[in-house]
Write a protein that binds this ligand. Structure first.
Ligand code: CMP
Length: 140
């Protein structure tokens, strides 16, 4: 399997509860390397642009307000099959459906406040990484 890069966001519900280190440990334990990381507070406009593909969904307004409510930690993770591996470590979107040992099973509060985001395809990963980082900030 090829080495890939994927975008991860540690979301407001997790940063607020001081869970950043515990979540990063889950990625590292799974063999993913953090090759870029920063803590930022998104504006509603930035969160809305990042999640533009969900604009027509009923939860879009709630999602944008939530993502701009507290700081987030955006990271680029690198490793063999990193996109799928990150999604495996995160678990299902809804924590009630997530497997034991996954980040969302252990930490997420609800389908909306689900602690982490991860890119869902190579195309999304490329767009989402470029949304937050310049090439100079990726240090593998
Ligand atoms: P994420 O993987 O970041 O992708 C889109 C986000 O929308 C998702 O995680 C959830 O935080 C949120 N989301 C998805 N479905 C719902 C829903 N039914 N109600 C509220 N938020 C949702």
């Amino acid at each position: 399997m090829a080495t890939e890069r994927t975008l991860s966001i540690i979301k407001p519900d997790a940063t607020k509860r001081n869970l950043t280190g515990k979540i990063v440990a889950k990625f590292e334990d799974a063999g993913l390397r953090v090759i870029a990381s920063k803590r930022i507070h998104l504006t509603a406009a930035q969160a809305g642009e990042f999640y533009a593909e969900h604009k027509e969904r009923g939860f879009y307004g709630e999602l944008v307000a939530y993502m701009a409510s507290e700081p987030v930690v955006v990271q680029v993770l690198e490793g063999e099959g990193a996109i799928a591996k990150n999604r495996e470590v995160m678990g299902a979107t809804d924590p009630a459906q997530a497997d034991a040992g996954t980040i969302r099973k252990e930490f997420a509060l609800s389908k909306a406040e689900n602690s982490v985001h991860g890119s869902d395809s190579p195309a999304s990963a490329a767009r989402e990484i470029a949304f937050f980082f310049s090439g100079l900030e990726l240090v593998g």
